[in-house]
Design a protein around this ligand. Structure first.
Ligand code: ZN
Ligand code: ZN
Ligand code: ZN
Length: 239
């Protein structure tokens, strides 16, 4: 956290150095899918060698999850094609407003801007041959999406999982779920609430994400149940 001198912010453990939240998927059928273009996307793409981007899928339009979108213009050049974006109605509307310059009709007149093809989604859709299933969750008072791809689900920025969404979380090999801190927050799970949700899902493996500086990596992992850990930047999981 900017200007903070707490133990976690001063930690030398690289797992306590956290960029903004997102996840990058490479599927068996060869699709490279980014979930959320975080404010740190450029640094993340350079650090972790993201050479290709077939689509960006958005959970919601808060600044930490969208502000790296402009950087996708590099993939327009590398791939010579527009990048499809997927999100709910409100999120796509916000992207059009915030990145207004990228959605004009005349790219040439505006110079080097990202070429993006937005799709409003309200249910399962496909990217290439991969089925992507939105999982409706609540982020405070705002309904947003988590996503399921095969036996993996990503639910960041979650404060409640509605009853109707639980069947979408059955038989998971890996669940990634947001856990902000120990103290309650109006729009994020606490660590305890995230552990409860993870238990109820029955997922084989659980990783927590979107932690604040109140949760240090080593100390927090030491008090988590077996099969549950904090994720960290650059963590790679094969499924
Ligand atoms: Zn701190
Ligand atoms: Zn949010
Ligand atoms: Zn967030």
């Amino acid at each position: 956290m900017i200007g903070c001198r707490c133990d976690v912010c001063r930690s030398t453990d690289p797992r306590d150095k956290r960029w903004r939240p997102s996840v990058f998927l490479r599927t068996d059928s060869g699709q490279s899918i980014l979930i959320d273009s975080s404010a740190d996307f450029r640094s993340q793409a350079l650090q972790f060698d993201i050479e290709r981007l077939d689509a960006v899928v958005f959970t919601h339009s808060h600044a930490d999850h969208i502000l790296g979108l402009d950087e996708t213009r590099r993939y327009n050049v590398l791939q010579r094609e527009a990048i499809p974006l997927y999100g709910d109605h409100r999120t796509i509307g916000d992207l059009r407003r915030v990145f207004d310059y990228a959605f004009g009709n005349s790219h040439a007149a505006h110079g080097y801007v990202p070429q993006l093809t937005p799709f409003v989604i309200g249910g399962p859709f496909t990217i290439g041959r991969d089925l992507i299933t939105p999982v409706p969750i609540m982020h405070g008072t705002r309904p947003i999406y988590g996503y399921r791809v095969a036996n993996f689900a990503y639910l960041t920025d979650c404060s409640l999982i509605p009853e109707a969404s639980w069947p979408l979380l059955a038989d998971l090999d890996l669940l990634v779920v947001g856990a902000l801190r120990d103290r309650e927050h109006p729009s994020h799970f606490t660590l305890e609430q995230a552990v409860d949700a993870a238990r109820r899902s029955g997922a084989k493996r659980v990783l927590f994400t979107h932690m604040s500086h109140e949760l240090g990596h080593v100390a927090t992992c030491a008090r988590l149940p077996t099969g549950m850990e904090l994720a960290y930047d650059g963590l790679v999981v094969a499924l």
